[in-house]
Design a binder for this molecule. Structure first.
Ligand SMILES: [Zn+2]
Length: 155
């Protein structure tokens, strides 16, 4: 298995088919995207199959991420275990219609990082909260006070 420093795969290189790529994803990866995940420790394995001029990437990510709790805003740790498919093909210019990514055959480069990030984000639960009684109570009381202030301003 190859350990990758970056997330770019060259679709014009026939050696990618049948190869497994392994990524160790840490805090800097999530910081770069600046989304709801603030930190993380994820192990991702990508395999590639090719048939009928389509590349099918199976992307499996497992580990943990840190996001703000919906209730108290303090860090909450969530476990991730998701397997997703990404379909790509070579064409005249880069495009992504949601079902298939077309990569310009002149350079053949597909950057997997944003897809890996998206799949991890989509696998998060809708409600990201601490278990009962594990929320930061001090924070909640501050938030509640703030909420009441806003409500009284509306009157
Ligand atoms: Zn909480």
């Amino acid at each position: 298995m190859d350990k990758m420093e970056n997330y770019i795969i060259d679709l014009t290189d026939s050696r990618i088919v049948g190869t497994s790529y392994e990524f160790v994803i840490g805090d800097s990866f999530f910081e770069q995207f600046g989304g709801i995940i603030s930190r993380g420790d994820i192990h991702t394995v990508v395999t590639c199959e090719y048939s009928g001029s389509l590349f099918r990437f199976s992307i499996h990510s497992e580990g943990k991420v840190i996001t703000p709790c919906d209730r108290c805003l303090a860090d909450v740790e969530l476990m991730i275990d998701t397997t997703d498919m990404l379909v790509a093909k070579l064409g005249t210019s880069y495009s992504d219609d949601g079902d298939c990514v077309t990569v310009d055959s002149n350079d053949g480069e597909l950057d997997l990082s944003s897809f890996i990030y998206e799949f991890i984000t989509l696998s998060l639960p809708v409600k990201r909260v601490h278990k009962d009684n594990e929320c930061n109570l001090e924070m909640i009381s501050v938030l509640k006070k703030y909420q009441i202030d806003i409500e009284s301003e509306d009157l």
